[in-house]
Ligand binder design. Structure first.
Ligand code: NAD
Ligand code: MG
Length: 398
């Protein structure tokens, strides 16, 4: 057996660490880690590097460079710092790349891996939201395989009969509903960052946890699914399923539904992508359906979770709107986590930014290349910063 060569972009995050956990418990020689990257978490990256012995490590934060160099001193592992060093890591010749940087920051390095035709395990949904058509096109040109890692998309990927697409009616993404699933709008208004990141079923990074609480995560996932499975937004439904056992479903013309199930543990979809097209052993908890007894499903509530409709509208509007939506959401989530705006202000600020981009005609311009996507991302951040400042101001006055 030859080792599968792997690179991890975002090695220190929740998805990155789960991936390393699987690699660490795989049989000796199954995987060979080529490169690993992080933003500024030198300690986490160096610790993983000492264990997994990549050829190269990179931190995106220039200022963290000297600390990484000294932490890896004597190990023989090369290191670099800055955005260019992260791109260098992505360009190294690993056959399989985990794209697990959070946010639009993952765009360039993920693109680098796609353009050189690697198998790219796609966790970084924001990159697909901002530049879905460009990514899908880049993958077609290079022959890169995009393996969905997001649990819902990984489930659908497994149940989706690509060769007989005509027989597919719709796909269904499940959503846990997040920590505020049963909260009233009044209660949601005063929720704190600590309450928002305390996810009931999944353990994830802070940004995606807040996105789950607003359900913007599901909105982003609708757009992600449109691109990955080449379907219009109205053939992608969402069902709230608090147990997070059924991850995604494909409905066929004959009325049959194919679903993929598993414990809510990202190591299962990651393992699917890591071993693809084979299967690998994991130590993930096995489902005991008899003990679970019942599984429940509900329609999402569009009034308490306006982010879902915002995302659908942005996808339908096309042009730069999805990139603006994503950028605005990143800014608004950051402002919420830093106590500058309230929980309900997140979706409101995104809506403000999208509305402004639409009024000015900016969002109608379709990005034809990645430079235009970066520009739309920057504009989304600018518009959201204005909206966040205004909402923060109102909050202080109230
Ligand atoms: P996280 O915050 O735990 O980790 C993010 C990683 O990205 C870290 O390694 C960090 O160092 C790196 N990073 C952050 N900013 C960077 C920058 N500017 N440049 C370079 N690297 C940077 O996030 P996560 O929860 O692991 O999520 C990663 C991605 O996977 C997100 O796009 C998320 O939506 C997606 N995802 C996560 C889960 C999950 O269970 N955590 C599930 C589905 C999809
Ligand atoms: Mg998901």
């Amino acid at each position: 057996m030859t080792a599968r060569t792997v690179t991890l972009l975002g090695a220190t995050g929740s998805v990155g660490r789960s991936t390393l956990d699987l690699i660490g418990s795989a049989p000796e020689g199954a995987f060979d880690v080529v490169a690993m990257t992080a933003n500024g978490n030198v300690e986490g990256l160096a610790e993983a590097a000492r264990r997994f012995r990549p050829k190269f490590c990179a931190v995106a934060d220039e200022e963290a460079g000297p600390a990484l160099k000294s932490a890896l001193d004597g190990t023989g592992i090369a290191c670099g710092a800055g955005e260019g060093a992260v791109l260098d890591a992505a360009a190294m010749d690993a056959g399989w790349v985990m794209a697990a940087i959070v946010g639009a920051a993952g765009l360039k390095p993920t693109l680098e891996a796609v353009r050189r035709g690697a198998q790219v395990a796609f966790a970084n949904k924001e990159a697909l939201v901002c530049a879905g058509p460009l990514f899908m096109d880049a993958a077609r040109r290079s022959g890169a395989a995009l393996l969905p890692v997001d649990s819902e998309h990984n489930a659908i990927f497994q149940a989706f009969d690509e060769a007989r697409r005509d027989g597919i009616r719709r796909i269904i993404l499940t959503a846990s509903g997040g920590p505020f699933r049963t909260a009233s709008l009044e209660e949601m208004a005063s929720m704190t960052p600590a309450q928002a990141v305390a996810h009931p079923t999944w353990s994830m990074g802070a940004k995606i946890s807040v996105d789950s609480a607003t359900m913007m995560n599901k909105g982003l996932e609708i757009i992600e699914a449109c691109h990955l499975f080449d379907l219009p937004e109205d053939r992608i439904d969402v069902l709230v399923h608090p147990e997070s056992i059924v991850h995604g479903l494909v409905e066929y013309a004959d009325g049959g539904l194919l679903a993929q199930m598993g414990a809510p543990d990202m190591r299962t979809p990651i393992a699917h992508a890591l071993a693809f097209p084979d299967r690998m052993e994991t130590c993930v908890e096995r489902l005991d359906l008899a003990r679970l007894g019942t599984l429940s499903f509900f329609e999402p509530d569009p009034r308490n979770f306006p982010a879902l409709d915002l995302a659908r509208a942005a996808f339908r509007a096309g042009g730069c709107a999805p990139a603006v939506l994503n950028a605005a959401n990143e800014i608004a989530v950051d402002a919420f986590l830093n106590g500058k705006i309230g929980f309900l202000d997140i979706a409101a600020a995104v809506s403000d930014a999208l509305g402004e981009a639409e009024r000015s005609g900016y969002s109608q311009i379709a990005p034809t290349d990645f430079e235009a996507v970066y520009a739309a991302d920057a504009e989304g951040r600018r518009l959201a910063s204005v909206a966040v400042a205004a909402r923060g101001e109102q909050r202080i006055q109230a």
